[in-house]
Design a binder for this molecule. Structure first.
Ligand code: IVH
Length: 679
């Protein structure tokens, strides 16, 4: 099929524009267009290429994920070996390195170094021939690595083609592949939701993703690349390390935004100290700073040992992992009642901070890692993230150590701990009754869209709970002028005002009251729907899940189950009775007729749900769309707050990010098929 010339032209224009925007986004960190506009360009190119497959070239921006998984990794021999770095663990070692260079170099030369973060990922070498990415390999043993071309191609910040026309015939770009912390957190949150094994740390996550035989899998793990050097190069490298890195940047290769040229030992020290200060705030793990002599002639003169160059050094930060003892495992109760195991540790210094507690996330995690009281564990602190247990040193386990069990009752209030089948998180069912949840629950109860108690701020609530004057919402209405006036920063006049506000809040609406109770999954809209369809609280409290679903438009099984469970708790019944006894009231109405509501109820699994499709799926989009429509869903093009589900295939792109940001539930194709089968 001949391709019409305007089409060919349009495809070339699109490819060039996409490369330009990749450069703006990934290399210059200065995007010129929105994600949506970028997606639009990419979509248009995809469409043209689908119509005219001859348009597809290996370096087309659409060609990041190849089709077939490879059976094994092929060996790649590095023409220029990938050697390592010498380490300086302390300031003396850094000073010794600088002193040695001072004596080895002509005194008239200023001692300039490039300084950049030492990224904690994996070294790769990416080969471009005539500007096109032809091969990517891991470091391996330094002489022979593994061919990971298919996987590296999926990394969005790696250009498939170099920009401009001044690039050399051959250039091997060397740098680190890593997983940004935000991506790591996102992937782990997703794995936790699915009850799957969590990734231990971003470095392991990056290593695992890069060594996937199926690039479609790699594409679901958001990796990034940062260049810090080069291997084979068919042109003269010039005079300066920094200048060549800047040239690589101009060709579209991302280099560290932290790259600087510093002078002498003082310059190195200042850079190390300044980056150390910002270490926790970076979006990637680093374990030190790499200093390289900037003058390339001097680099060549100094040469390298078989292990490391003599012109570079890695000044390391203190390690962020340490080994210590688990003295106890407590269960903490969070704001939403989530019961989280926390390891109490023999205090140990990690990355300059003393750590005495580490989160164990949830019981599934505890069992996977098999952490027990008495165990010796490796713990890790990454950035400002809560320290966590990485693994157990099994050889040091005492014989009597017992596997951990989930408490049946809340350690704080004694209410039953509930764990729904298939959900990782266990929760205390105490709700408003549980002191650990009380402060947050009271803040919610008093908030503007709930009972709207003007003047009852967060700080005040905390004081009242700490003084044990308020244990549950009804206690608020028993507070006296005498008590309030005695509080810090509260005069007689403010106390009077607050009492008036409390009194006023007692006359409310059923919708506000239901919302104020803080039932999980029941936001303002659902509360209003429950209020109008049931009309009265007693009727709602007596309903079963089927009735809730039948009466309330948009209430699915999850919401209905939460509502029913909430009102079934004797504590909650008591809290409500006391509020009513204290004078909290609203006007009740007749319920909406169940018959008419029930008739209209669509029982298909996705009835009333808005669904968006993204990524590469095993079947054509239209087919997936038809399946969704048959299940009762409304299918739309972009993710918004109204979206209920995102059906995501491989290489999902920005819609996936948006869905994560908004907390939209992700459905895999398999999950979608399961829904269909269940119908
Ligand atoms: S230069 C010839 N620069 O650290 C020098 N390495 O411990 C080769 N690394 O294998 C390495 N950030 O994986 C260099 N800015 C940086 C680096 C860096 C991280 C890694 C790299 C290397 C290892 C050596």
């Amino acid at each position: 099929m001949t391709i019409p010339s305007p089409t060919r032209q349009r495809a070339a224009t699109l490819a060039a524009a996409i490369r330009h925007h990749n450069q703006c986004y990934y290399v210059l960190a200065a995007p010129e267009i929105s994600d949506a506009d970028y997606d639009q360009l990419l979509r248009e190119l995809h469409t043209l290429e689908a119509a005219y497959p001859e348009l597809i070239t290996p370096d087309s921006p659409t060609q990041r994920v190849g089709a077939a998984p490879s059976a094994e990794f092929l060996a790649v021999t590095h023409q220029v070996p990938m050697i390592s770095l010498d380490n300086a663990m302390d300031d003396d070692a850094l000073a010794a390195f600088v002193a040695k260079l001072t004596t080895a170099l002509p005194p008239e030369l200023p001692l300039l170094f490039t300084a950049e973060p030492k990224l904690d990922g994996l070294a790769v070498s990416i080969r471009y021939e005539h500007g096109v990415l032809v091969q990517a390999a891991t470091r391996g043993d330094g002489s022979v690595g593994e061919d990971v071309t298919h996987n590296v191609r999926t990394i969005s910040s790696v250009p498939l083609r170099l920009l401009g026309d001044s690039y050399p015939q051959v250039v091997e770009v060397r740098g680190e592949v890593y997983m940004p912390r935000c991506s790591f957190a996102r992937v782990n949150a997703q794995l936790a939701d699915r009850g799957q094994k969590l990734l231990a740390n971003p470095r392991n996550a990056a290593a695992g993703a890069l060594r996937q035989l199926d690039a479609r899998m790699t594409a679901t793990r958001p990796l990034a690349f940062c260049c810090y050097g080069w291997g084979e190069l068919s042109i003269d490298a010039g005079a300066s390390q920094a200048a060549l890195l800047q040239q690589l940047r101009a060709w579209g290769v991302p280099i560290s935004p932290e790259l600087q040229v510093v002078e002498g030992l003082d310059g190195c020290r200042a850079y190390f100290a300044a980056l150390g200060e910002r270490r926790d705030a970076l979006d990637y793990d680093i374990d030190g700073v790499v200093f390289k002599l900037d003058a390339l002639t001097a680099q060549r003169a100094l040469g390298a040992t078989s292990h490391h160059p003599r012109w570079a050094i890695a000044r390391k930060f203190p390690p962020q992992e340490a080994v210590t003892l688990v003295e106890a495992i407590d269960f903490q109760v969070g704001r939403t009642g989530a019961v989280t195991p926390v390891a109490r540790l023999t205090p140990v210094a990690v990355g300059g901070v003393v750590v005495a507690n580490a989160t164990l996330h949830n019981l599934d995690e505890v069992h996977r890692k098999d952490v027990r009281v008495g165990d010796t564990v490796r713990i890790r602190r990454a950035g400002d993230v809560i320290p966590e247990v990485v693994s157990v040193v099994l050889e040091l386990r005492p014989a009597e150590a017992q596997p951990l069990e989930l408490p049946s009752h809340c350690p704080v209030c004694g209410s039953e701990v509930v764990r729904t089948e298939g959900v990782v998180v266990a929760r205390c069912s105490g709700g408003l009754y549980c002191p650990a949840q009380r402060k947050e629950a009271l803040k919610h109860f008093a908030s503007r869209r709930a009972l709207d108690i003007v003047g009852l701020g967060d700080k005040l609530i905390e004081q009242l709970v700490d003084l044990e004057w308020v244990r549950q919402p009804a206690d608020l209405f028993q507070l006296t002028h005498d008590q309030l006036a005695r509080l810090e920063r509260m005069g007689a006049q403010s106390a009077t005002k607050l009492l008036l506000a409390l009194d006023k809040s007692k006359t409310t609406t059923l919708a506000r009251f239901i919302f104020a109770l803080g039932i999980r999954e029941v936001g303002e809209t659902t509360a209003a729907a429950l209020a109008s369809s049931f009309g009265g609280l007693a009727r709602l409290m007596a309903a079963d899940a089927a009735e809730v679903m039948a009466r309330v438009e948009g209430a699915g099984p999850v919401v209905a189950e939460q509502v029913v469970q909430f009102f079934a708790q004797p504590h909650h019944q008591e809290v409500i009775a006391q509020l009513q006894a204290a004078g909290v009231q609203w006007t009740e109405t007749e319920p909406l007729a169940l018959e008419t509501a029930a008739e209209a109820v669509d029982t298909r699994p996705l009835a009333g749900k808005t669904v968006v499709i993204t990524g590469t799926l095993s079947r054509p989009r239209e087919e997936i769309k038809a399946q969704l429509l048959a299940l009762g869903a409304k299918v739309t093009g972009s993710v918004s707050r109204k979206t209920n589900y995102l059906v995501a295939g491989d290489a999902p792109g920005s819609k996936w990010d948006k869905a994560q940001e908004l907390g939209v539930q992700i459905l895999t194709e398999a999950a979608l098929n399961a829904l269909q089968d269940a119908e």
